[in-house]
Ligand binder design. Structure first.
Ligand SMILES: C[S@@+](CC[C@H](N)C(=O)[O-])C[C@H]1O[C@@H](n2cnc3c(N)ncnc32)[C@H](O)[C@@H]1O
Length: 372
């Protein structure tokens, strides 16, 4: 289980009046400004805090150039639930010139490197912008994950915004990070026999396709997996789907995406409980589902949508990534079997605190032949 740095209170410029030493009889008041914020280091579910000491660096940077204006060292201590940040004092003239962002990181470089052996335990984050001119208004309640996909030349960047609050949908979940690592292993051709799934490797091999790969993602959340795939893979057309509440953050992430020039990503609302009668008008090659099995109540409608999609695209593969959170999720496998799906299975490990490893499971489903 990795841990995510989140803003409990997003950064803002905070003005304090400081007494300036003066030889005159009445002290002068000089305006000084601080940057304040409150952070925590928590799980994707927000249900637990990191129980290890970690050194952090907070960097106040210019929004556009990302030039660092000031830095301070922070310490997260095992057992704590939040760390407050106060940087400064700065003069008003100094802060008034630029829009700012506040980045909180654990490692030497700003980006988080995603790879089998390189994914860090703590995922750094950068705030939305804030400025002095906005009259001490805090940054929006968002955090940007600046991810770099390893083993790719040139390096692939994946910038994904997520909310800092407790929304289930507008967050990055652990299985999504593992999906990026897993898909990149396959696309870059670095997957070993241990983690690879040959039919998926073949599908994602551009040389084996005469037309663009048609991909649909269900329950896409912030869109990280589908956007990630179109960032690493040429000639793929991804349709992200979810409930209307994610649309705004997905659009923000699409604005920042560095897709392969021949690939596209679109978004459409699709509620598994109320799917349209014309669910899919064209054949699909791959359906992505990441961390969508946590709620046993929604599993019958999720599996029903998968069944309908595969009925019109019998050759489609369904890649399900999941992290087991409770036993009730086991129903998913029974439902998939009853719906005529057959799976190949593999796992990817993510770091866990106290030098443990956490498992994310991948199931690559396809429709079983009548004879199977
Ligand atoms: C735990 S989040 C996973 C998000 C993303 N796939 C990831 O791994 O980061 C589960 C997603 O399923 C979506 N979801 C839940 N019920 C749904 C439904 N009935 N129809 C469509 N999407 C649904 C949620 O909105 C949410 O985005």
């Amino acid at each position: 289980m990795v841990y995510y740095i989140r803003f409990l209170k997003p950064p803002k410029f905070h003005q304090e009046k400081e007494k300036k030493n003066s030889k005159q009889s009445r002290p002068q008041l000089k305006k000084t400004v601080f940057i304040t914020a409150l952070i925590c280091i928590t799980t994707d579910l927000g249900d637990d805090f990191l129980a290890e000491d970690v050194d952090l660096v907070a960097t106040w940077a210019q929004r556009s150039s990302r030039q660092s204006m000031d830095q301070c060292a922070l310490k997260w201590q095992a057992g704590c639930r939040q760390v407050s940040i106060s940087m400064g004092p700065y003069s008003v003239d100094h802060v008034a010139q630029h829009e700012a962002v506040l980045q909180i990181r654990t490692q030497a470089i700003p980006q988080v490197i995603l790879g089998i052996d390189s994914t860090p335990l703590v995922i750094s984050g950068c705030s939305a912008h804030f400025s002095w001119h906005a009259q001490s208004k805090p940054a929006e309640k968002l955090v940007k994950r600046e991810l770099r996909i390893t083993d790719s030349t040139p390096a692939l960047s994946l910038n994904i915004w997520e909310e800092t609050g407790n929304s289930i949908a507008r967050h990055i979940w652990d299985a999504a990070l593992a999906s990026i690592i897993f898909l990149n292993e396959i696309v870059a051709g670095t997957s070993t026999g241990n983690i690879g799934i040959p039919i998926l490797s073949q599908l994602l091999n551009p040389l084996s396709r005469s037309s663009p790969l048609q991909v649909v993602e269900l329950g896409a959340g912030c869109g990280i997996v589908g956007i990630g795939l179109a960032t690493m893979l040429d000639r793929c057309k991804v349709l992200l789907t979810d409930l209307p509440e994610v649309e705004e953050i997905v659009m923000r992430n699409l604005d920042e995406a560095h897709l392969k020039p021949s690939s596209t990503v679109d978004y459409k609302n699709l509620d598994w409980d109320a799917p349209p009668s014309d669910l899919c008008s064209q054949p699909i090659d791959l359906i992505l589902v990441s961390d969508c099995t946590y709620n046993a109540d929604s599993l019958p409608s999720l599996v029903s949508v998968l069944g309908r999609l595969v009925r019109t695209s019998p050759e489609a593969l369904v890649l399900v990534a999941l992290k087991r959170r409770h036993e009730s999720e086991g129903v998913f496998f029974d439902l998939m079997r009853s719906a005529g799906f057959k799976a190949q299975h593999t796992t990817i490990e993510l770091p866990e605190q106290h030098e443990q490893r956490d498992k994310i499971e991948f199931y690559c489903y396809r429709r079983a032949d009548e004879s199977e």
